[in-house]
Design a protein around this ligand. Structure first.
Ligand code: ATR
Length: 281
């Protein structure tokens, strides 16, 4: 019968996850399906999860707005998911439902695949812009990969403090306002934009100006609609190296698929294929 995977969330009819996981199944020569299971806000979440569990599936992804709501229905949480307080991947193993969060590792893998040298010096200075769920996942992952200089810039400084406190690591992290970040972009080797600013239909906005961007800086944006955000475009004009958000989707999926099947699929040309899909080609 093969593997059976699902995605729960709302709204998810335009999700790219079915395409990504069908590619993984095909590329690994495994039989299986990946289907969406939309749970509307007016539906009973508990009933839906019970039904899903009874279907004896092998695993499912969880997206907005259920990444926290799913937790009470799981038997075990892995360390990262517990620290995040959010689950995006669930696997059924040895009779237990186990929750994981693949966002941070997915992001770091995507970055490492494009800029491996960045990982040779863990003292490289990193600036994370934003302090929402994605920023938290990325901060924890970089922290686990032992980057020692990670600063956070956010419109609301208190949210950034929350991330540092719960990371509970001894690193020194400075918290910057967006204005301070803008003035100091040249002092970072890596800048990661994690807010929704610049996402369609507001693609003419950039979180900060790239005027002072340094030639040697890697500028990353997790927004993937559009695949080339204004922030990345402006930074590239200044000579910065860029890293696009759609690759995070692929590596996050790679990690989830690995949790489910123990197979790590090579991303290869899926990067260009996904870009084509996102650009309507
Ligand atoms: P996610 O969980 O997807 O990362 P989120 O929790 O909604 O998203 O986080 C949104 C992030 O984008 C926050 O850092 C938010 O800043 P605040 O903490 O000040 O709210 C940031 N953000 C969203 N819209 C913004 C805007 N117009 N200008 C600046 N920052 C913005």
């Amino acid at each position: 019968m093969g593997y059976r995977f699902k995605l729960i969330g709302y709204p998810i009819t335009h999700s790219l996850s079915p395409w990504i996981h069908e590619q993984f199944l095909e590329r690994s020569n495994l039989q299986g399906t990946y289907k969406i299971h939309e749970i509307k806000p007016e539906d009973s979440f508990e009933e839906n999860i019970k039904r899903l569990k009874n279907e004896q599936i092998d695993g499912f992804n969880v997206t907005v707005p259920y990444k926290q709501a799913i937790i009470p229905f799981l038997d075990i949480l892995d360390d990262t998911a517990r620290k995040m307080g959010a689950v995006n991947t669930v696997a059924y193993k040895n009779g237990k439902w186990i929750g994981y969060n693949t966002d941070g590792v997915g992001y770091v893998r995507s970055l490492e695949s494009k800029y491996p040298n960045l990982f040779n010096d863990k003292e490289n200075r990193v600036l994370v812009i934003g302090a929402g769920g994605a920023a938290r996942a990325i901060y924890y992952a970089l922290d686990r990969y032992e980057f020692s200089n990670i600063d956070i810039a956010n419109r609301t400084k208190a949210s950034a403090e929350g991330i540092i406190e719960s990371a509970n690591s001894p690193r020194r992290t400075k918290i910057l306002s967006l204005e301070e970040a803008e003035k100091n972009v040249a002092s970072y080797e890596l800048i990661i934009q994690t807010t929704s600013v610049g996402m369609k239909p507001n693609q003419e906005h950039a979180i900060i100006s790239s005027n002072d961007m340094n030639l040697n800086t890697i500028v990353s944006d997790i927004v993937y609609q559009p695949v080339l955000t204004k922030f990345l475009r402006d930074s590239a004009k200044k000579g910065a190296m860029i890293h696009q958000g759609h690759t995070m989707l692929l590596y996050q999926g790679q990690y989830a698929f690995e949790i489910w099947t123990n197979k790590k699929i090579n991303i290869g040309d899926m990067d260009t294929k996904l870009k084509d899909i996102l650009e309507g080609r």
